[in-house]
Write a protein that binds this ligand. Structure first.
Ligand code: 9WN
Length: 439
C-alpha cells in the first residue's frame, strides 16, 4: 500500500469536489450537500485545513429546521439530480428554513463525531470556543430525534424513509418494503413488457449502470414514501399515526448512541447542560442495544416499529454496535465470527454491506453487497474501542489496499475489489486520508 499515493489522490478528489464552503459527494451525479457525507468529509479535511473542515460543518447547520431537524440534503442550484427540490417541496412544512431548499428527512447523526474529531485537533481554548459554537444546534438535533422519532419513549428512534439510514437499499428496509403491496400495477407492467419504458425515465442511472442501483420498482416505492411524507407536511406526529413502514434502524441508532457520548463530552467541557431526552438517552447508553439482539442468529438486527418484531434479514449494520460503545467480550467474539466467516462477511475484500449468503447479495449493487469505505471506517473505530487492535489494524490495512490500488470510487466489489458506483467520491477520499493519518 502506498500511503503517499492515497494522500495525493485523496487531496485531489477533495479539492475537485470543493464548492467553497461545502463539498459535493461527486460532481454530476451528486451536486448538492449531503448531511453524513459532509461529516465524513470534515473528518478528512481536518488533516489538511482545519478552518475549512469547520466551514463544512457550519454550512450544514444553515439547513437546520426550526424543530431541530438537520435535513439530509441542502440543495444547490444545480439541476439533474433524480430526487431534487421539486420532489420534496419542503416548504409545505412550517419548520423548513427560509431562503434555502432542503429535503424533508434526515440522515445518520454523524455530526457530533465530526465536531469532536475537529475539536481534537484544536488547542484547548479554541476547542471550547468551537464546541460552544456548534453545540446548541447539534444538541437541538439530538433532542428532536428523541422527542419526535420515539413518540412512545422506547429509547430507540425510528426512521421514516430508507434514505434516512444512508444505506438506501439495505436489505432490512427492502424486506419491509416488499411486505406491502403497492397500488401501482407492477405485475401488469412487467407482463406487458413496459418496464424498459419506465426505466428510461430514471435519472439515477445516468452515471452508473442500472444493475448497481435499486430496481425501478423499489425506486418508485421509495419516491412514493417521499410523496406520503410531503402529504403529511413532514409532521412527525401525523407520520407516526399514518405511515405503515417505520423502522427502528440498527445502524442509525448505533451512530446516535456514539454521538450522544460525544455530545456529553462537549457539554461537560463547556459546562453546558444536556437537553432532557438526550440526557436520558446518555444515561441509558448502550444497554438499549439489547433490544436489537437476536439470540438465535447471534446477530444484531433492525426492528419493525409497527409490529415491534426483529426483521430477520442481516446486513453490515450488525457490526455497528461495536462502534456504539464497549460491548461485553462474548458479544464481540460472536460478531467477529460473522466478520471472519467466508460464507457471511469474510469475503475476499471486506466488509460487504450484505453477507454473501444473503438472498439480497449482489456484489455491485449499492448497499446490498459492495464494500463502502465509511462502513469500514466505523467498524475499524469500533474494533479499536473494543480492544480488538489486531482486527482493527487488519481491516484498516485491507481497506487502504483496496483504495490504493484503485480510483476513489463510491464502492467496491467484495468479490474482486473492482471499483463501482461513481468515481472521485468525496467520503472515500476523506476517510482514506483519515485512516492514513490515524495515530
Ligand atoms: C439519496 C450522497 C448520498 C449518500 C447516501 C447514498 C446516496 C442518495 C441517492 O448518495 O443516496 O440520499 O440518490 O441514492 O446512498 O448514503 O449520502 O453521497
Amino acid at each position: 500500500m502506498n500511503q503517499q499515493n492515497i494522500e495525493k489522490q485523496a487531496r485531489d478528489v477533495l479539492s475537485q469536489n470543493d464548492l467553497g464552503s461545502w463539498t459535493q459527494p461527486a460532481s454530476g451525479h451528486y451536486p448538492h450537500q449531503w448531511l453524513w457525507d459532509s461529516c465524513f468529509v470534515a473528518i478528512g479535511l481536518r488533516h489538511i485545513d482545519i478552518e475549512r473542515a469547520k466551514e463544512e460543518i457550519r454550512s450544514l447547520l444553515r439547513g437546520q429546521w426550526q424543530n431541530g431537524m438537520l435535513p439530509h440534503i441542502l440543495f444547490s442550484e444545480a439541476e439533474g439530480y433524480h430526487a431534487g427540490p421539486w420532489l420534496w417541496r419542503a416548504h409545505v412544512s412550517k419548520n423548513a428554513p427560509a431562503g434555502l431548499q432542503t429535503s424533508g428527512i434526515t440522515q445518520p447523526p454523524v455530526i457530533a463525531e465530526a465536531a469532536v474529531r475537529i475539536g481534537e485537533k484544536l488547542p484547548a481554548k479554541e476547542r471550547v470556543e468551537w464546541y460552544k459554537e456548534v453545540y446548541p444546534a447539534i444538541a437541538a438535533y439530538h433532542e428532536w430525534l428523541y422527542r419526535n422519532r420515539d413518540p412512545h419513549r422506547t429509547g430507540l428512534v425510528a426512521v421514516v424513509h430508507p434514505w434516512e439510514t444512508g444505506l438506501d437499499n439495505t436489505p432490512p428496509w427492502m424486506e419491509l418494503l416488499h411486505r406491502y403491496k403497492t397500488i401501482f400495477p407492477w405485475t401488469f407492467v412487467d407482463k406487458a413488457g413496459m418496464t424498459k419504458f419506465i426505466d428510461a425515465f430514471r435519472k439515477d442511472t445516468k452515471h452508473v449502470p442500472a444493475d448497481q442501483r435499486m430496481s425501478t420498482r423499489d425506486l418508485y416505492s421509495v419516491y412514493r414514501i417521499v410523496k406520503q411524507l410531503r402529504r403529511n407536511k413532514y409532521d412527525d406526529a401525523r407520520i407516526f399515526k399514518k405511515q405503515r413502514i417505520l423502522l427502528q434502524d440498527l445502524a442509525f441508532n448505533c451512530i446516535l448512541i456514539r454521538a450522544n457520548d460525544h455530545l456529553k463530552d462537549m457539554a461537560s467541557l463547556c459546562n453546558l447542560a444536556l437537553p432532557e431526552f438526550t440526557a436520558r438517552a446518555c444515561d441509558r447508553g448502550i444497554s438499549i442495544l439489547e433490544k436489537f439482539w437476536d439470540e438465535d442468529s447471534k446477530e444484531y438486527l433492525s426492528i419493525d416499529y409497527r409490529t415491534k418484531e426483529l426483521i430477520h434479514v442481516d446486513s453490515i449494520a450488525t457490526f455497528l454496535p461495536l462502534y456504539a460503545g464497549k460491548l461485553p467480550p462474548d458479544r464481540v467474539e460472536e460478531l467477529l465470527q460473522h466478520l471472519q466467516n467466508p460464507l457471511k462477511f469474510g469475503s475476499e475484500y471486506t466488509v460487504p454491506t450484505a453477507p454473501v449468503n444473503s438472498k439480497y447479495f449482489k456484489p455491485h449493487c449499492y448497499w446490498q453487497g459492495p464494500v463502502w469505505i465509511n462502513m469500514n471506517w466505523l467498524i475499524i473505530d469500533g474494533l479499536r474501542r473494543n480492544n480488538r487492535t489486531k482486527e482493527a489494524d487488519e481491516l484498516k490495512a485491507s481497506t487502504l489496499n483496496l483504495v490504493s490500488g484503485n480510483t476513489m470510487n463510491e464502492y467496491y466489489s467484495p468479490i474482486d475489489g473492482s471499483p463501482a458506483g461513481v468515481s472521485d467520491f468525496s467520503w472515500t477520499a476523506a476517510l482514506a486520508l483519515d485512516l492514513v493519518r490515524e495515530k
